[in-house]
Design a protein around this ligand. Structure first.
Ligand code: ZN
Length: 65
């Protein structure tokens, strides 16, 4: 099962956050939503979840640049 990753540097942010997370889509999405809410002050809305889901990328094994 492939993992997804998300890089906070690719999200609009006000504090130059450089967190990156990887995991199955379900888990990385949950973690990213929690992160967006707690760290970036976003509201946990379906729109936020959809926006984050669209930024998920397939993880390339062994190529974490
Ligand atoms: Zn962040």
């Amino acid at each position: 099962m492939s993992r997804k990753y998300i890089d906070c540097r690719e999200m609009p942010s006000e504090n130059n956050c450089d967190l990156a997370m990887a995991g199955s889509e379900q888990h990385v999405l949950e973690a990213a939503v929690t992160h967006a809410v707690t760290v970036h002050g976003h509201e946990n809305t379906p729109e936020l979840r959809e926006q984050i889901r669209q930024t998920l990328k397939d993880e390339v094994p062994g190529a974490l640049a």
